[in-house]
Design a protein. Sequence first.
Length: 442
Amino acid sequence: MKFLCLKLCLAALLTVVSACKENQNEKVSSNRIQPVSQSLKLIDNGPGDNNEAEFTLVGRALAPKINGKALEATRVFVRNHFAYVAYNEPGLAGIGAVETIDVLNPKKTRSLQLMYFHNYRVNAVFVNGDRLFVVGSQGNHLKPKGYLRVLKLRNGLPAEQLALVNLPHSDASAVFVKESLIYISSAGDGGLTLLNDSYAVVGESRIFGAQGISAPLFSSSVFVLGGQQGKVNAFSTSALVSTRIPQAMVPAGSVHLSKAQRFEIEGDLQSGLQFSLASLGKNGFKLFCNIDGTTLVSQKPPKVKGVSSRENFTKSAVVDEGLLFAGNAKGGVQVYALEESPQDESACDNVTVKRLGRLPLNQKVRVNHVEAKDKMLFVASANDGGLKIISVKSKSQSKLVKDFNLKSSDFILPPKVQLFTGKKQRWSSPVAKKNQDGLAYW
């Protein structure tokens, strides 16, 4: 039976393999997440009032060890009262893992399960309904193939495997689900892959250094960040009408945010109703208007004493309750306050940014990812390899940007947000350019 399973896995290029069970569960200690109650005072304060928010470290955990090998936390995804943390063994190959943490009570966070996979790196996770989507790379090649693994969730915990799909591009970096379509980006060779609800590949598009994926609220569009060009491409789900499978997907519009930089391959994307936030490596982060694509806020990573500019770049940025957290690798986590002033409906509100300061993390720590949800901040890091859970309390709520916390249930009727409109139009028609190998990329 094992031999048959292996043959099926090897022959399953671009197909679903449901029978192969590489995942294993590791017993986790009931006290793996150490409860803490430590007030954190911002350091390297900016011009903003650093008393606008209070931060309390409520939990921390060292990276888990599997078969004696220490992993490092690479990404966090929060849905309902569960945090799903991705881990990888440092290096090209090795072990990847997903840990499920109950964060219902911030003062008593609990690790519930640790699931690990031999020879499968875990780069990103996403939850939609009762399914956990896991993407990454497999094997130990310089250009390892990307994969998608789908796991059934039972009471929030990953259970049996529903599918394992080999992807046409290498090293999958992000996954996003919208309207029964699964979007997967690849920073390795610059690809976007689209799968349907049966996990069949139905669309592809070449994007330079494809990274973060997001979707504005009440919109049929999906945004994909091309990190190497600092460009966001917008795809319309309604445009997927071709009978050719897989079809070549053409962006409906694109907006340039910055010039290419070496570290811009480290990028992330978050969208609300009016605004989207892109993390752009050495160029820091930019907040832009979904309607017309104009840049509203732009901040490069501030200098940190003892940290070189090569180690101080924005890998991840996120907004929650009007506070923006930028994870700047060895530059730590910078904290900003975003305030808005309303404009007419044909444009986004004006936004001003104030840097409050930097969270006092050990300077040896390299921040891989930050996630913020429901007044809790999650910091995934390397070197110490672990996870930090921080409670956040904002003192002045009136003017802070609430756009990223809006939900469909907040509206009786959905507001009309028309993309690609507005007087200061920055969205443009996409143009494909050829690289040195003659391949055309958006």
